[in-house]
Design a protein around this ligand. Structure first.
Ligand code: NAI
Length: 682
């Protein structure tokens, strides 16, 4: 018997137990074990039916992703499923925990599926740049219909047991003992096969299929895996089952070794690794039940919603009644909107709002286990706020700041307990964006940092640890990227050309459109405050200053790098901007030249690569792959490109060194070169 699959007996029913901790991944060893077990079921006349069940907390939660980049070992999953179909006896899948990807495909190859309440099922392959390759695109439409299968597969939807029952993806939800329920279900099949492959695909209106297709292509950004998944699902309507199955497999095999699939797997592992902190092993986080948020502005209210959603008690504190009321109104409107849209049960929303307390009384902070400050981005203001927190917060409370750029240590020094101070840099909207930079100050205690990470996890965020440095990881890399784009502006490309090139690369919005959306005045003020300390020899692009001086502060003034009319979002390039660009170019004696989209894209990514190398050299980022997690999840870097570090690793050392010679020449005086070897180490 295999070490990963054992066969037990419940009378005439064989129970095949998959035991491959922690997630029962469908590794080669598991597949071999299943194959042997199924052969024993087929060959044993005393067995009438079989049940497949996962040991521990889950059924097969997915395939072994590392295998997908290499030649696949036999037996492959389709062969295992074929053996189940051919074994002559009914096989019931007993699902609990997660049955995803190959795990769910295996279940679809069985004669019935019984799920424990709370189980999630789904085929998330497309989110990894591939398609289901073991019949998922053929069996799912036979159960749920083609339109639903298109959206489930293309969006990689995880469906909970009740929803799965409603869609026909599982046959029963077992309230009591899952294994007993599955064994009873297997007995009830009375020795007869009831395979999904033998069912007809339910008919669907052409218009419904077209609508599902359009929707999937739009949401999936028209990526190759989405297109391949749609083709495969639609083929279930007109191709014989086996032919469609072999076409699906061919598409899967091609996609799994595509660059995009490698990039998405890299991002998957980078996200998984980001939360790992070997240095904190054995450090217990402090207990956090009550959280206080100071400042009920854009960020404060978003953070408040994330905190309430996670089940914490929340105190929201402001400096004046009006701001507090605005914050409360924003939070209430958010929950009302979710309920109205049918996304949240009214009682859940009520529960969240029931845990929201608002106040102007600083003494109330004494109850909080964690305080998160989100007031104006001004060091003086933040230091004063931390002085006040210090006076009233209980001993051992973790004090966090949401600052975007300011010096965490300077903030911590305003208190007598810098060991309790961390940064929690949320992204806007804070209740939606998963990324969270967790900042370690010079004096931060390990258990304060561990508490930050633990709270991040409970808020369902994706934490990345960074040391204290101007702009931390994300804003610092973004600044280098934007600076390079400004250089290109000076050299001959107009804002709309640079934005178009980077949007074609995959950014949702180019850097100048983003600047207009955020407002040009914040960066303007920052440049003014840094003017005295700036290296006078370094290259400095004055175009943004000129726009601000002309009152063009971005969307909010109807004009910035573009003009905005009507809905205030539609951007139109303007001659006045070109004039400023041309004048600044002429003032520096630069003869403008056209820049091709490829050059714009390459220079923009290279600028990020160089800054990432600097950050790793300085120890601000601790893992190269963390950079990709930050850029993809916080700054709209296209996930299918993997991130700047993925890009750099693909180039390799020699090519990168040449790239940086070029970048140095393009950038001119003030350019600081990073050591790219930091990026190449896994
Ligand atoms: P905001 O201006 O919308 O809100 C700030 C709030 O703090 C206001 O409601 C104000 O009344 C309150 N406040 C100011 N001084 C206070 C005091 N002494 N005591 C109590 N409350 C006080 O600003 P926003 O955008 O929410 O930013 C807050 C912080 O979050 C800043 O440090 C900012 O850099 C950071 N941040 C902002 C992001 C964004 O996209 N807006 C993203 C990530 C971080």
């Amino acid at each position: 018997m295999s070490a990963r699959v054992r066969v037990e007996r419940e009378g005439e029913v064989a129970v095949l137990v998959i035991d491959n901790p922690p997630i029962n991944a469908a590794s080669a060893e598991v597949r071999r074990g299943l194959m042997e077990a199924i052969e024993s079921v087929a060959g044993d006349p005393s067995v009438r039916a079989a049940v497949l069940v996962g040991e521990g907390t889950t059924f097969i939660a997915g395939s072994d992703l590392r295998e997908f980049g290499q030649p696949l070992e036999a037996p492959q999953l389709p062969a295992v499923i074929q053996a189940i179909e051919a074994c002559g006896k009914p096989v019931v899948a007993a699902l609990h925990g997660a049955a995803l990807g190959g795990g769910f495909e295996l279940a679809l190859g069985c004669d019935a599926r019984v799920a424990a309440p709370g189980t999630v099922v789904g085929l998330p392959e497309v989110t990894l740049g591939i398609i289901p390759g073991a019949g998922g695109t053929q069996r799912l439409p036979r159960l749920a219909g083609v339109p639903a299968a298109i959206s489930l597969i293309c969006e990689g939807t995880r469906v909970k047991a009740d929803g799965a029952l409603a869609l026909g993806l599982v046959d029963a939800v077992a309230e009591g003992d899952l294994r007993a329920a599955a064994v009873a279900h297997a007995r009830n099949l009375a020795g007869a096969k009831a395979l999904v492959r033998d069912r007809a695909v339910p008919g669907a209106e052409e218009a419904e299929i077209e609508a599902a297709t359009r929707n999937a292509l739009r949401k999936g950004k028209n990526r190759p895996a989405v297109r391949a998944a749609i083709d495969a699902v639609v083929a279930s309507l007109h191709l014989p089952f086996d032919e469609a199955l072999s076409r699906e497999r061919t598409a899967f095999q091609e996609l799994r070794v595509s660059r995009e699939a490698f990039a998405l797997r890299h991002q998957f592992f980078a996200e998984r690794d980001a939360a790992k902190q070997p240095a904190l092993a054995g450090t217990a986080p402090r207990t956090v039940r009550r959280i206080a948020v100071i400042g009920a502005g854009t960020m404060g209210s978003g953070i408040a919603i994330a905190v309430l959603d996670a089940g914490f008690d929340l105190l929201l504190l402001e400096q004046d009644e009006a701001a507090l009321e605005r914050g409360r109104a924003r939070i209430e409107a958010h929950y009302a909107g979710r309920v109205h849209a049918g996304k949240l049960a009214p009682e859940v929303a009520e529960g969240c709002l029931g845990r929201l307390h608002t106040s102007l009384e600083w003494s109330r902070l004494g109850d909080a286990d964690m305080v998160i400050e989100a007031v104006f981005e001004d060091l003086g203001v933040k230091r004063e706020v931390f002085r006040r927190i210090d006076r009233v917060a209980r001993q051992g409370a973790v004090l966090a700041t949401n600052t975007s750029y300011l010096d965490l240590d300077a903030i911590a020094e305003a208190t007598v307990r810098p060991q309790d101070v961390i940064g929690l840099h949320f992204f806007s909207p804070a209740n939606v964006m998963r990324l969270l930079e967790v900042v370690r100050g010079a004096k931060t205690a390990p258990d304060a940092l561990a508490t930050g990470l633990e709270v991040a996890k409970r808020l369902r965020k994706l934490p990345v640890v960074t040391a204290n440095a101007f702009g931390f990881i994300g804003n610092r890399i973004y600044a280098a990227y934007r600076r390079q784009c400004e250089f290109m502006l000076e050299e001959g490309a107009y804002p709309e050309e640079i934005d178009a090139a980077l949007e074609a690369y995959g950014f949702a919005m180019g850097p100048f459109a983003v600047a207009d959306m955020s407002g040009l005045d914040i960066a303007w003020r920052m440049r003014q405050s840094q003017a005295a300390t700036r290296d006078p020899a370094a290259r400095y692009v004055r175009i943004a200053d000129r726009l601000c001086e002309a009152g063009r502060l971005g969307r909010k003034t109807g004009a910035g790098y573009y003009r905005y009319e009507g809905d205030g979002k539609t951007r139109t390039p303007e001659p006045a901007v070109r004039l400023i660009v041309d004048e600044e170019r002429a003032a520096k004696g630069i003869a403008g030249r056209p820049l091709a989209a490829e050059e714009i894209q390459r220079r923009a990514v290279l600028a990020m690569v160089n800054e990432a190398a600097l950050l790793l050299g300085e120890g601000v980022a601790q893992r190269a792959s963390d950079v990709d997690v930050v850029l993809v999840n916080g700054y709209g870097f296209p996930c299918w490109e993997g991130g700047p570090v993925f890009w750099a690793r693909e180039r390799g050392l020699a090519a990168l060194e040449r790239d940086l010679d070029e970048l140095a020449a393009w950038s001119g005086p003030g350019f600081v070169r990073g050591d790219v070897r930091h990026l190449l180490q896994e």
